[in-house]
Design a protein around this ligand. Structure first.
Ligand code: ADP
Ligand code: ZN
Length: 688
């Protein structure tokens, strides 16, 4: 049968969504299996691609494969199907999906035979790995609470019966979710099945990792960006060679080459980091469910603040809802006090006096602020001039330590002059507050305390994050100031006060999910207080004390928040009550991008107009928003426009998308100026 495989269907990690046909030279025929990598001419270059199928005959003239790089498939049948599904759903090139499912092998720009040989050595020379299987599953000896028991029983039952089911495990921080994950994983292992554990960002969830490590030792592998390319590759190989039972990683762990997966855990399922913001724009949480379904595995989505989408799905019965309502040992949740800071100081008297108390008692304080840098914008008081990025339509953030103002989008920086470049005035105002500025103010207020700051700027140095967390652990730090980075995952009993310096940055983001984000953020940050024996307190400062996100967060009223937010979403036809697709159009020629966006909008109108009857029959109403300038109109000198489609059924939306992009290809691409890029984002998260 092999001999009939004269031609190979090959996909490449390039932004072209199609399969390419190549002739297989006689000497390579025996090696040309589905799922192996090939080296083949592509345009004027040679590229590495993946064989995804075969054909007997070719109607077109084809080039020949130069070399086959693997002796056995690196993409197995299951992974081929899975990546194909993702490519179909997210309308992105199959080759790009496969590429993101694989470890980074080699530099793609290989040019000659000698280098190919080197590639082969690199790829194939890693087979040997010492197996260390003397290992015993550490026993879990905690007595589960009734709620944990009930949740686990339902999960175990499905694992037992090899039945696919999605569970939404809703439990406040400290309610024992991780313990349930561990028991469920042990259950799957007992059945000889493999487990995948996904976390939004591995460095922020060290604690979960350590807990798993303690129990599962060297049956565990982590895949994360902190590893070198070689280390990551080695871990990946171990998983593929069946030497690993549990894989922990960020969103790409969903592609772990584990076979016979019985359980997939998605921790902090509401976290937007699961969505990849570049092509292929998949959502790791959502495709975890797809993979789970294909391999009849159980999927657990865990969160203290489930996403609107997941909670909605649990209400409709699509997911099964499991609740852990209390903290272990009935520890109370920290009480949240709202402090209105309108017209007052950014560090309110209330917050100040609570910090003082903690210092006296040798307890620790965590101060959360959503922005890094010192001043978030710099303005001339005389003429109103604002320092802006030369490449992006955003204001520059002042970083006092290096006296630079920096663009957080493209990295552009300039030194701050003493005079306004516009009016030569001398009164320059540093407005808005970032972590650095708060740090200065706190240092001035508490000069004798040990204060540290943790954000992307301070942890850039290797080992710095570890040093700070150690300081918290050993209680040598009195006050830790930080961004998102300190909001998640860490469990430090010494922290008895959390100050949320301002809840308003996230409330004011022009995004329909701003309220949801704020509610999640407050709950998450508050959860950092009082993990030890002493009850925790939270001071929540805001200019919007009456906002329902703030009020519900104060009461830990998830259902109340869900209901109010849900009403708004339903009235405005936003997810979870609708499906959404966004078109992101960008290019360097401002007029060209605008023209293209309007023309593309017209193509969409024609299609939607024409489809209306059939779509109406499917009880769907398609809504089109835009074209409009993106909220951040310019990034890296590229102008950005956006069009959004909403509708009940993703299938209906995608039909429109496909026809419109076809239309754009034939009618627009050739006439448009300035290398315009049209990106499709299915189930978008980032609307900026
Ligand atoms: P979550 O993941 O929801 O934040 P954890 O599973 O980390 O919660 O549990 C919080 C703390 O309580 C951890 O220190 C854990 O070891 C402990 N714990 C969990 N379940 C139990 C139990 N049944 N009995 C006693 N302690 C428990
Ligand atoms: Zn910039």
């Amino acid at each position: 049968m092999e001999s009939s495989n004269n031609f190979a269907e090959v996909v490449f990690g390039v932004p072209i969504n199609r399969v390419f046909l190549y002739k297989i030279p006689e000497k390579l025929k025996s090696l040309s299996k589905k799922g192996v990598r090939v080296f083949a001419p592509f345009g004027r270059r040679n590229l590495i691609g993946y064989i995804v199928g075969h054909q007997d005959k070719a109607d077109i003239e084809t080039k020949e494969i130069i070399e086959i790089l693997d002796d056995k498939p690196v993409v197995n049948e299951e992974m081929l199907k899975f990546t194909r599904w993702i490519s179909d759903y997210y309308l992105c090139p199959w080759g790009e999906v496969i590429e993101s499912a694989m470890p980074e092998w080699v530099d793609v720009k290989i040019v000659n035979k000698k280098e190919i040989r080197k590639v082969k050595e690199r790829v194939m020379g890693h087979g040997s790995w010492v197996k260390e299987q003397d290992l015993q599953l550490a026993t879990c000896n905690l007595q589960l609470t009734t709620h944990q028991e009930n949740a686990l029983k339902k999960i175990q039952d499905k694992i037992e019966r090899n039945e696919h089911r999605v569970f939404l495990l809703h439990g406040v921080t400290g309610s024992g979710k991780t313990e349930v994950y561990i028991r469920a994983a042990a259950e799957a292992l007992k059945k000889g099945q493999k487990v995948i554990v996904m976390v939004p960002e591995i460095t922020l969830t060290l604690q979960l990792f350590q807990r798993f490590l303690k129990i599962f030792c060297n049956r565990l592998a982590i895949l994360h960006s902190g590893l070198t390319q070689r280390e990551r590759y080695n871990e990946w190989m171990k998983v593929r060679n069946n030497e690993i039972d549990i894989v922990i990683g960020a969103r790409s762990a969903v592609f772990a080459p584990s076979e016979n997966v019985g359980l997939i855990i998605v921790d902090e399922e509401h976290d937007t980091a699961y969505k990849q913001d570049t092509n292929p724009r998949y959502n790791g949480r959502d495709i975890a469910i797809v993979r789970g379904k294909a391999s009849e595995a159980v999927v657990i989505l865990g969160s203290a603040t489930p996403s609107m989408e997941s909670f909605y799905n649990s209400k409709t019965g699509k997911y099964e809802y499991l609740h852990l309502p209390d903290r272990i040992d009935k520890k109370t949740l920290p009480s949240i006090e709202i402090v209105d800071i309108k017209g007052g100081n950014i560090i309110s008297e209330r917050l100040k006096s609570e910090i003082e108390k903690r210092i006296e008692r040798k307890e620790q304080t965590l101060l959360f602020i959503n922005r890094r840098g010192s001043a978030t914008f710099i303005q001339c008081s005389d003429c109103g001039y604002v320092w802006r990025c030369k490449n992006c339509s955003v204001s520059l953030t002042h970083h006092k330590n290096d006296n630079l103002c920096v663009c957080h989008y493209c990295g552009y920086s300039e030194t701050v002059s003493d005079t306004c470049p516009q009016c030569k005035g001398y009164t320059i105002n540093y407005k808005g507050r970032g972590t650095q500025k708060i740090e200065d103010e706190i240092r001035a207020l508490f000069p004798n305390s040990n204060i540290e700051r943790m954000d992307r700027d301070t942890v850039r140095k290797r080992g710095e994050a570890g040093r700070i967390l150690k300081g918290i652990d050993e209680r040598s730090i009195d006050i830790l100031i930080g961004t998102q980075m300190i909001a998640k995952g860490h469990d430090y009993p010494g922290i008895t006060l959390v100050g949320i310096v301002s809840a308003d940055e996230s409330l004011n983001i022009p995004d329909f999910r701003a309220s949801e984000r704020t509610f999640q953020l407050i709950t998450q940050v508050a959860g950092r207080a009082g993990r030890g024996d002493i009850n925790g307190d939270v001071i929540l400062q805001t200019y919007n004390p009456d906002h329902y996100s703030v009020k519900c967060a104060k009461e830990y009223d998830f259902i109340g928040f869900y209901n109010q937010e849900g009403e708004l979403r339903e009235a405005l036809n936003y997810p979870p009550y609708s499906k959404m697709v966004s078109f992101k159009i960008e290019g360097s020629n401002e007029k060209g991008v605008e023209q293209f966006s309007h023309n593309f909008g017209m193509i969409l109108d024609e299609i939607i107009g024409g489809q209306n009857d059939s779509v109406r029959q499917a009880h769907d109403l398609i809504e089109k928003l835009g074209p409009s300038k993106a909220i951040i109109y310019k990034i890296r000198n590229r102008y950005r426009w956006q069009i959004i489609l909403k509708g009940r059924k993703i299938g209906n939306l995608k039909k429109i998308v496909s026809r419109a992009t076809e239309g754009a290809k034939t009618r627009l691409q050739k006439t448009s100026k300035g290398n315009i890029k049209l990106d499709i984002d299915i189930d978008p998260i980032n609307l900026m």
